[in-house]
Ligand binder design. Structure first.
Ligand SMILES: O=C(O)CCC(=O)C(=O)O
Ligand SMILES: [Fe+2]
Length: 382
């Protein structure tokens, strides 16, 4: 990604909103009694710049009552922590926090370092949570499958520009849960989430973690280690590869259908990703218009795409020919959406202007305890 050259300083210079974005609107959700959303987080749990409006809205169904329990997670995940990084310093401490213990021992557990950013808020409380009944879950899954394969087995999606494809509701709920859990686990360890800062003291308005290679926003290049704390990137997670490949395959089907071509791979070349940039946006998070253009010359020359997964709250994603926000087009990316830009759109300017609070799927929140905000993964081939 390019935060500096080409007029795209928006990515990095996110101080207070970067390139002319108005402050993020805070949506207030009204819950219609039902199964209760998670306990609202107290202000003291929030980083200084983060809004914590009302909890996500819930959906009306008949319910059974169960006590609050930790989310479903793989046994290797660390146990719930009560502490989150709240006073996020500009830089990681020189001694990165140790990886969370792989042992699933229940409690008491060591709290993560205060410098670690936990994308889930797993603090248990006395709140009674009403869980959705199984038939509701199944209906959701059926609906999702149908959405994925309507229209002659084509995925639900559209072509925004040549080489730029938006797949709607593409990632299943279990896949989203798995991605959140994996990112949480990696994000708590060495090289995990941090808030990138610049030499001049400005911060990006998001938390980032790079897998495979480190993206260094200050130097606008990839590096082996992170400047702030010397951490190496956690390895690229091979578990996600099939999702990326499937998304490209299904985008090809869509391109073939809509663009009347037998060679969709010429418009959108396939990639073998080896880097993921994972961003977590709180509700006030954003990312100025920028280009992703520090992958290898060959990768860029071939137009190997960037594949982006959105999970959690919806976001306004802007894109255009240059860094001018007023001329940019907008698409709303919701949880489970996949956006791909390659070929002629490989270096399209893009950014995130708004996170829509309260829009994350309730089931996802129940399963993961994802914080209010949005998780985004962009896969790239160096
Ligand atoms: O969050 C998004 O949708 C975009 C992220 C992005 O552009 C980047 O990480 O370079
Ligand atoms: Fe980008």
């Amino acid at each position: 990604m390019e935060g500096g050259r080409g007029g795209g300083r928006g990515r990095g210079r996110g101080r207070g909103g970067g390139r002319g974005y108005s402050p993020t609107a805070t949506a207030t959700a009204t819950a219609k009694a039902i199964w209760v959303p998670r306990a609202p987080q107290s202000q003291s749990q929030s980083p200084p710049t983060v809004d914590h409006p009302a909890p996500a809205p819930a959906t009306a169904v008949s319910v059974t009552i169960t006590p609050t329990s930790p989310p479903h997670q793989s046994p290797s995940l660390p146990p719930p922590h009560a502490n989150h990084s709240q006073q996020q310093p500009p830089h990681h401490s020189p001694n990165p926090a140790p990886s969370p213990s792989p042992s699933p021992s229940p409690s008491p557990s060591p709290s993560p370092s205060p410098h670690v950013f936990d994308i889930c808020s797993l603090k248990t409380s006395n709140t009674v949570v009403l869980k959705p009944p199984l038939h509701f879950k199944n209906r959701q899954l059926r609906k999702q499958r149908q959405q994925q394969l309507n229209n002659n087995n084509l995925p639900d999606g559209s072509i925004l520009r040549p080489g730029m494809v938006h797949l709607k509701s593409y990632l299943s709920l279990p896949d989203q849960v798995n991605i959140v859990n994996t990112c949480r686990h990696l994000g708590l360890g060495v090289g995990g989430f941090y808030q990138p800062a610049f030499r001049d003291g400005a911060h990006m308005n998001l938390h980032m973690m790079c897998l495979g290679k480190i993206w260094d926003p200050d130097r606008s290049c990839y590096a082996e280690t992170r400047l702030t704390d010397g951490a190496k990137a956690p390895p690229f997670p091979p578990d996600f590869l099939h999702l990326v490949h499937n998304a490209i395959r299904d985008s090809h089907a869509l391109i073939k259908h809509h663009c009347n071509t037998d060679a969709p791979q010429k418009l959108l070349p396939p990639l073998s990703p080896d880097i993921v940039v994972v961003n977590f946006y709180t509700r006030s998070g954003r990312l100025g218009l920028h280009q992703d253009k520090h992958e290898s010359d060959e990768s860029l020359r071939k137009g190997l795409p960037v594949v982006s997964f959105s999970i959690g709250e919806a976001a306004d994603f802007l894109y255009g020919d240059d860094g001018d926000v007023d001329k940019a087009q907008k698409v709303v990316l919701e949880s489970g959406d996949v956006l791909i830009f390659g070929g002629k759109s490989r270096t399209v300017f893009h950014g995130v202007s708004t996170i829509h609070g309260g829009t994350a799927p309730e089931l996802l929140l129940q399963e993961t305890k994802l914080r209010p905000g949005r998780l985004n993964l962009t896969f790239r081939q160096y």
